[in-house]
Structures are given as C-alpha cells and as structure tokens.
Design a protein around this ligand. Structure first.
Ligand code: GDP
Ligand code: ADP
Ligand code: 5GP
Length: 209
C-alpha cells in the first residue's frame, strides 16, 4: 500500500494556516485520505478550543515527561509555550496511506526534515504586515499583549520562508486554498507514491509475455 505524504505547513501566527487546513479537510478530506496532526501544547486553551480536537492541552510537567519518553516526533518552544507532534499518531496515519498535515513552526519543520527528507514543506505568507495584524486582532482570541508578542515574532518566523519548497501568499482565501489543494494533488503523483499505489498495474503492464 501507498505510504501517506507528510506535509509541513508553517507561517507567522495569523497568516491563515489553521483556517486553510480546516477548509482543505472539510472540502477534500471526506474520503479519509487527508488528516491534520493534533499537537500537544502547554499554552492556555482559547475560547472555543477543544481538548483533543485543536490540541492536546497538557501541563508543563506532563509535556516534559513525554519528551523523556521520546513520545514526540518533534517539539519546540514557541512564544514561551511548548508544542510537540506525537510520533505514534503521525506514524500510524502515514502507514495507513493517509496524507498528514503538520501545522508547526520553523524549528519543528527543521527537525522533521532531518528525519523525513521527503516531507513537503509549504510556507504561508500574509499579503502585508498590516493585514497580518488585522487578522490577529480580527480573530479575537488573543490578548493585546499576546498579539504584540506574535507580531514581533512574525518577521523572525517569516525569515525562514526559503527553507520550504512551496510558498503561498494568502491574499484571497479561496485562491490560496486552490493552490494548497494543487500542492497536495501534485505530491500524490510523485513517482515513489505512484509506484506504491499502482504496483499491481505496473506489474501487469510490464509483464513479459
Ligand atoms: P495559530 O495557527 O498560530 O494562530 O494558532 P491556532 O491554530 O491555534 O489558531 C487558529 C485559530 O483560528 C483558532 O482560534 C480558530 O478558532 C480560528 N479558526 C479556525 N478556523 C477558522 C475559520 O474557518 N474561520 C475563522 N474565522 N476562524 C477560524
Ligand atoms: P494561523 O493559524 O496561521 O494563526 P488563522 O487560520 O487563525 O491563522 O487565521 C487568522 C485569522 O485570519 C482568522 O480570523 C481567519 O479567519 C483570517 N483569515 C485567514 N485567511 C484569510 C484571508 N485570506 N483573508 C482574510 N482573512 C483571513
Ligand atoms: P498557536 O498557539 O497559535 O496555536 O500556535 C503557535 C505556533 O506554534 C504556530 O507557529 C504553530 O505552527 C506552532 N505549533 C503548533 N503545534 C506545533 C507542534 O506540534 N510543534 C511545533 N514545533 N510547533 C507547533
């Protein structure tokens, strides 16, 4: 069976990563071929966020115990909180042939690339700094201190854009969503994936009579 593709999506906070992944899964994930990895985090839950859905919310001690158990595929400290991707969850989905999206920062992306050079990196940029700030404020879920902190970190996050293979500017949402979908589709047509998916067909077509 075909192994799933691993996608790494990074962007400064507020550029639209979570909304894009959510829309991609709603529109194109119905057949179960696409999933988003639910990270562990020590940050506070935002209004409307559900444990186990948006994140697994854990205390710092629990997070450190998971690091010690090597439960994380990657982990990093972002904006003063810990974030990590569960090794088991990602591995299980890839083994079932499901394409998995990681919504992680550039530090985590580096760790994943080291372990899985085939992972497909996508970086999302906002159309301007002003628009980024408008979206962070418009989301209405962070305090003004948190928003100021995230804006000040945005340039540093964005400076890593050239470590990714794909670069999308999220100006018009639906247009960006189409482009993201195109990246997923093209990844699925890569030789290694197709050889696994169509091994029986290839055998039949190439059989010597
Ligand atoms: P970030 O990626 O660094 O900002 O952090 P999160 O992934 O935790 O943030 C996503 C935020 O966007 C959450 O607060 C969601 O409630 C919100 N969100 C997710 N999907 C949508 C959507 O389709 N529309 C809107 N308006 N907000 C959304
Ligand atoms: P991230 O996950 O990167 O922090 P979000 O997906 O939470 O970003 O998006 C931040 C805010 O910007 C949300 O309120 C979202 O609805 C809005 N948003 C995302 N993409 C666009 C877009 N192309 N145009 C206008 N608003 C957008
Ligand atoms: P937020 O608190 O706004 O949900 O996320 C803040 C930042 O942490 C974002 O840049 C997001 O991509 C990153 N992040 C979320 N989950 C993980 C994770 O599991 N690992 C890493 N390295 N970064 C993560």
């Amino acid at each position: 069976m075909r192994r799933g593709n691993l996608f790494i999506l990074s962007a400064p906070s507020g550029a639209g990563k979570s909304s894009l992944i959510k829309a991609l899964l709603e529109q194109h994930g119905q057949d179960g071929s696409l999933a988003v990895s639910v990270s562990h985090t020590t940050r506070q839950t935002r209004p409307g966020e559900e444990n186990g859905v948006h994140y697994h919310f854990v205390a710092v001690e629990e997070f450190k115990a998971l690091i010690a158990k090597e439960a994380f595929f990657e982990w990093a400290e972002v904006f003063g909180n810990f974030y990590g991707t569960s090794r088991l969850a990602v591995e299980e989905q890839l083994a079932k042939g499901i394409d998995v999206f990681l919504d992680i920062d550039w530090q985590g992306a580096r760790q994943v690339r080291e372990m899985m050079p085939d992972a497909i990196g996508i970086f999302i940029l906002p159309p301007s700094r002003q628009e980024l700030e408008r979206r962070l404020i418009g989301r209405g879920q962070d305090s003004s201190d948190t928003i100021a902190h995230r804006m000040s970190e945005a340039v540093s996050e964005m400076s890593h854009y050239d470590e990714y293979q794909y670069l999308l500017v999220n100006d018009d949402f639906d247009d960006t969503l189409d482009k993201l979908r195109a990246v997923v589709l093209s990844a699925r047509q890569r030789l290694a994936s197709q050889q696994q998916a169509h091994s029986a067909l290839l055998d039949a077509l190439l059989a010597v009579k």
